[in-house]
Design a protein around this ligand. Structure first.
Ligand SMILES: Cc1cc2nc3c(=O)[nH]c(=O)nc-3n(C[C@H](O)[C@H](O)[C@H](O)COP(=O)(O)OP(=O)(O)OC[C@H]3O[C@@H](n4cnc5c(N)ncnc54)[C@H](O)[C@@H]3O)c2cc1C
Ligand SMILES: *[C@@H]1O[C@H](CO)[C@@H](O)[C@H](O)[C@H]1NC(C)=O
Ligand SMILES: *[C@@H]1O[C@H](CO)[C@@H](O)[C@H](O)[C@H]1NC(C)=O
Ligand SMILES: *[C@@H]1O[C@H](CO)[C@@H](O)[C@H](O)[C@H]1NC(C)=O
Ligand SMILES: *[C@@H]1O[C@H](CO)[C@@H](O)[C@H](O)[C@H]1NC(C)=O
Ligand SMILES: *[C@@H]1O[C@H](CO)[C@@H](O)[C@H](O)[C@H]1NC(C)=O
Length: 606
């Protein structure tokens, strides 16, 4: 076999490629056709703004009506890959054109950043890549990122009545955003986060290469478990470990209103002691909302609802709460026993008796205008504090709070084990929520101002330095990146809130795998402009591959060689040698680096 070795210095021969383009759409389609082996398929997966299906495709995964208006920025192109190679081609071609790429799986981003942008952009819409393959022997599953959680739960249940997976209670949420952002649900205290059960992943990197856990390396695999996917590449699929669920689980919902019972404050106060410390099988979510009072007409009051998941039967649950939380006065009649899949349906708010096949429904029939924010609470809020809070919530009128208890398994996993940092030390996470159902700038201003006001009232009660936030509860109020020269400083503002101490490692990974910040958005992980060595290292592999491609083309043109096939060119991995050289002669490597940067400035190569 004729093979060609390419050492590092050949990189220097690389010419600069400049592509002239007629229109973005035509260039893009042309490039996609060139990049895929079935060019005739390309027209089926690319939607321009003039395509009659464009609006339907765009709207199919908009889950927040705020971003469903005529003034919402729209993508130049939507690509809906049906094969992994389409994703690779989309990354390469979008990069060639130099336009922004947004990646969408389930579209549940609270700020819509998977499908809107202030600059021209393309949506890579993953909904066709949604296969779920369950391996019963291993108790594992490979899930493509365009699948929904409802589909995952349903497919697990089809195969086994004793397996499950810990993730969100909302079945239409997409795998791509949910797992990469650290997803959690009602088994959090027993089993931790979704990312705590990820075994492997497939990702398309900035060079259009498909990587798995092995080839992406420890750092990148760590980053896409809680650090979000969109800063690092396109996640094709995750391999997860399934968990065992009991044949019977128990749920209940208890509601108390302040105007009917004085002791609601006592219950909320006690909840803060019990919910994060009780048996790990018990997860008690608490919702606190202002509502119209039935007792005092024309006035508002506070309603507190406790929704509970218990991995066990009703008798055990009643006995447990009788001991830990007698103030609730829970009776066996108030508890519903069911199978795990029925509990999934119950948590998704469907009526008792609804078939689990409802979990396959991708089109929820309600759509709201909404805004969310988040906080972490590390010390209990005093009774006086709570009573003061009720008054503020009643004044504001609409914004509610969800308290999601931590503890249990969350206390056992180190904050640096995955990119998701909020572990031991947190009693509960708060989600702020406000929904409304009419379009209007004034209305939106009112409600977003209201939720921000409540967030500001909460300052004394929540985590400080940083005031932490949950990445999957996307909130652009805590900082935005313009991805220009101040991108590192801008990224640090929201980055340390979402990721605490893990932010700096995320920046390192980002700088190494996407040094030119192709995968960027309003809250992506920035690169570190001072980490030149990382940039150089990352470019090393890219250049080697470019050289290989270059030789491939030249060999087909030159008379002196018989044309080569790509598999006849071996890119020799001399990087380990490079690394030991670096150790030996750190100073010299630095010189090389500076030289490289100088040539770059002179546009000598890309
Ligand atoms: C009704 C509702 C209920 C929710 N409940 C919960 C809950 O119980 N627990 C919880 O943890 N969260 C919950 N969330 C938040 C949810 O987990 C996040 O919004 C999550 O990011 C949604 O994933 P998605 O794929 O649907 O979203 P998308 O909007 O498609 O994506 C979200 C982000 O991930 C990126 N992304 C998506 N797919 C990929 C991919 N394949 N590769 C790389 N990047 C990708 C996007 O670019 C975007 O930045 C809820 C959200 C909603 C709207
Ligand atoms: C696609 O390939 C054709 C012929 O091989 C070439 O002329 C054209 O420039 C390529 N277009 C793009 C966008 O890569
Ligand atoms: C978006 O608008 C269309 C047309 O008005 C509507 O049918 C659809 O339900 C809306 N979706 C959301 C999430 O608001
Ligand atoms: C709370 O108050 C209600 C009536 O106001 C009463 O029935 C109930 O027993 C009280 N609970 C506790 C734990 O004090
Ligand atoms: C739910 O429905 C089943 C029958 O479909 C019934 O036996 C059960 O009592 C119902 N449970 C509740 C809490 O309504
Ligand atoms: C917004 O709020 C102000 C004051 O709270 C109120 O006067 C106004 O009517 C509200 N506007 C809308 C459109 O609801």
């Amino acid at each position: 076999m004729q093979a060609l070795m390419i050492p590092l210095f050949l990189v220097l021969l690389l010419p600069l490629h400049v592509s002239a383009s007629d229109s973005v759409y035509e260039t893009f389609v042309q490039c996609l056709s060139n990049q895929t082996n079935q060019p005739e398929q390309v027209s089926n997966i690319v939607y321009s703004q003039t395509n009659p299906s464009y609006t339907t495709v765009l709207r199919a995964y908009i889950r927040n009506s705020r971003f469903n208006t005529s003034t919402t920025p729209k993508p130049t192109i939507i690509v809906t890959p049906t094969q992994e190679s389409h994703v690779q081609a989309t990354v390469i071609c979008t990069k060639n054109i130099g336009i922004q790429l947004k990646i969408r799986s389930g579209g549940h981003d609270y700020e819509g950043i998977s499908y809107i942008s202030d600059v021209p952009f393309i949506i890579l819409d993953m909904f066709n890549l949604r296969s779920i393959t369950i391996n019963l022997q291993e108790q594992t599953a490979w899930i493509e990122s365009g699948a929904t959680l409802g589909e995952l739960y349903y497919r697990i249940w089809e195969k086994s009545k004793v397996l499950g997976f810990p993730a969100s209670v909302c079945p239409t949420v997409g795998i791509g955003g949910h797992i990469s952002g650290g997803g959690y649900g009602n088994m959090l205290r027993k089993h931790g986060l979704s990312v705590d059960h990820v075994l492997d992943a497939k990702l398309v990197d900035v060079n259009g290469k498909i990587l798995d856990k092995e080839s992406m390396g420890e750092d990148l695999f760590w980053a896409i478990r809680g650090g979000g996917g969109a800063s690092f590449g396109v996640i094709l699929s995750y391999k997860i470990k399934l968990i065992l669920v009991p044949e019977t689980v128990s749920v209940f919902r208890i509601e108390r209103t302040l105007d009917e019972e004085e002791n609601v404050t006592d219950i909320v106060y006690k909840w803060q002691q019990v919910a994060p410390t009780t048996d790990d099988n018990l997860w008690m979510r608490m919702l606190i909302q202002p509502v119209s009072s039935i007792v005092n007409k024309g006035e508002k009051t506070i309603i507190v609802s406790i929704l509970t998941m218990f991995l066990g039967n009703a008798e055990e649950l009643v006995a447990l709460l009788h001991k830990d939380f007698p103030e609730l006065g829970l009776k066996k009649e108030g508890v519903m026993e069911m199978s795990w899949i029925e509990s999934v349906v119950w948590w998704a708010n469907y009526d008792n008796g609804t078939s689990p096949s409802v979990l396959l429904d991708r089109n929820p029939d309600t759509a709201n205008f909404l805004k969310r924010k988040s906080d972490y609470v590390q010390t209990p809020i005093s009774k006086d504090g709570l009573e003061w809070l009720w008054k503020r919530m009643i004044e504001l009128g609409k914004t509610g709070l969800v308290f999601n208890p931590y503890g249990g398994k969350m206390n056992e996993i180190p904050a640096s084990a995955t990119a998701f940092p909020h572990r031991a030390g947190n009693l509960f996470k708060i989600q702020y929520f406000v929904n409304w159902d009419e379009e209007g700038i004034e209305l939106e201003k009112n409600y977003t101002a209201q939720i921000r006001r409540l967030y500001s009232y909460m300052t004394p009660f929540v985590s400080k330095n940083p005031r932490s936030a949950f990445f999957n509860y996307r909130d652009l109020d805590i900082g935005i990146n313009n991805n220009d020269k101040n991108s590192y400083e801008e990224g640090e503002v929201y980055g340390v809130k979402y990721f605490n101490d893990n932010f700096h490692r995320l920046v390192k990974v980002k700088t190494a795998v996407d040094p030119h910040n192709f995968f960027r958005n309003e809250q992506s992980i920035p690169t570190n402009p001072n980490d030149r060595l990382s940039v150089f290292k990352a470019d090393f592999y890219k250049h080697s591959n470019q050289v290989a491609d270059y030789l491939l083309v030249s060999s087909s043109l030159a008379d002196c060689w018989s044309p080569l096939r790509r598999d006849q060119i071996v890119v020799v991995d001399i990087y380990p040698i490079f690394l030991s050289l670096e150790k030996l002669m750190g100073g010299l490597m630095y010189l090389l680096l500076v030289w490289d940067l100088q040539l770059r400035r002179m546009n000598f190569w890309s």
